[in-house]
Design a protein around this ligand. Structure first.
Ligand SMILES: [Mg+2]
Length: 368
């Protein structure tokens, strides 16, 4: 089998306005880049890439740098293709972290389809469901977080993660309000997205311990290895990090060996696809550390994240950003929770996604 064509389309997110106010730094372009890896065997692998600040920029990077490496290759040689891209990028630093992973996801979709298996079984299944948590955007008030958490608990979620403002005194108010209004049963996590300095993170971490939060995620910038090491020494609450550490899998190694993180955050986009995420999960497992898979904010990559989560043991929760619509458009079978708060992995071949081709066509910005 040979790769004959790599289709790359930039698609506007019809729900973009719903999330502009809830994302740090204002408007992130929520375009997606739709990838179609076509073969001479009539099999097609699909994926969405994250648009970052510009879907067109991501599309052109993939088109200019990765597409020429793929044409004429056997799509089942996933490890070779992964190493080819990584080697080139290691030497020259051409690619942002979110450009490679989606291509690898499309190759895994194709490979699992060729085998006639859902991806999680193609990888080697461990389970077919896991509990989900509702993950907020940034909301205007502490009361708004409480109201949202209550609403989603009513819908079946047993866990809620707040993305607060990154202002310690305001954040503490929201942390306390959530615990007092949601009660002791609800699992709560915090992710200030690098919102604190080291002193603030220590103070907030102690408060989160008092409030029995489940984990404290990305309190500092991911590059602050020393700061993370100090926090892990000082606090009992598990510290989660390494979501966007440069070097992906290889950057995570430093945090594990130096005891600078208790939980490694990973996904298929920023750790180099299914290939990179499976390697990262295995690395973490060897260190006795959980590899908690985080959202990639689009439908196909989150379905890929779910497949990997069901093919590894050392991941406890699945992240669902709320409201879901802006992050799940483009498929007719978006991930949903059941009445007990679990998400179930799709069982069709490959990713098992029912792609909404009409919706993608109707929101097409350009083909590259
Ligand atoms: Mg995070």
């Amino acid at each position: 089998m040979q790769i004959t064509e790599v289709g790359i389309s930039v698609v506007a997110n019809p729900y973009s306005e719903m999330v502009t106010a809830g994302v740090k730094g204002g408007r992130a372009a929520h375009d997606i880049v739709f990838l179609e890896i076509k073969t001479d065997a009539d099999l097609v692998g699909h994926s969405f890439a994250w648009g970052g600040r510009s879907g067109q920029a991501t599309a052109h990077l993939i088109a200019s740098i990765i597409r020429p490496l793929l044409i004429g290759q056997d799509p089942l040689d996933r490890e070779k293709l992964w190493q080819d891209v990584r080697r080139m990028d290691r030497w020259w630093g051409f690619l942002p972290i979110y450009a490679h992973g989606p291509v690898d996801v499309a190759l895994w979709d194709l490979g699992a389809k060729a085998a006639g298996l859902p991806l999680y079984r193609f990888l080697g299944a461990y389970r077919n469901k896991l509990p989900a948590y509702a993950s907020s955007l940034i909301l205007p008030t502490a009361d708004a977080f409480v109201e949202q958490a209550l609403q989603y608990r009513g819908a079946g979620f047993r866990a809620y993660k707040i993305h607060p403002w990154g202002d310690p005194s305001r954040d503490i108010e929201a942390y306390r309000a959530l615990r007092s209004e949601l009660g002791s049963e609800m699992v709560l996590m915090s992710d200030p997205v690098a919102g604190y300095n080291q002193q603030q993170a220590l103070r907030i971490g102690r408060e989160l311990e008092r409030l029995n939060y489940y984990w404290f995620e990305e309190p500092l910038s991911d590059y602050d290895l020393y700061g993370y090491q100090e926090l892990c020494r000082a606090l009992e609450i598990p510290i989660a990090g390494v979501e966007s550490t440069p070097g992906g899998l290889f950057g995570a190694t430093q945090y594990l060996t130096q005891r600078a993180v208790d939980i490694v955050r990973s996904d298929v986009s920023w750790k180099g696809g299914v290939t990179g995420l499976m390697k990262t999960a295995a690395l973490c497992e060897a260190f006795g550390v959980n590899c908690e898979v985080h959202t990639t904010t689009n439908a196909l990559l989150d379905i890929a994240n779910l497949h990997v989560s069901c093919a590894i043991r050392n991941c406890e929760y699945f992240e669902i950003l709320i409201p879901q619509e802006p992050f799940s458009f483009g498929v007719k079978n978006p991930i949903k929770i059941d009445s007990e708060g679990y998400v179930h992995v799709p069982v069709g071949p490959g990713l098992g996604a029912e792609i909404d081709f009409d919706l993608l066509d109707n929101n097409l910005i350009c083909k590259v």
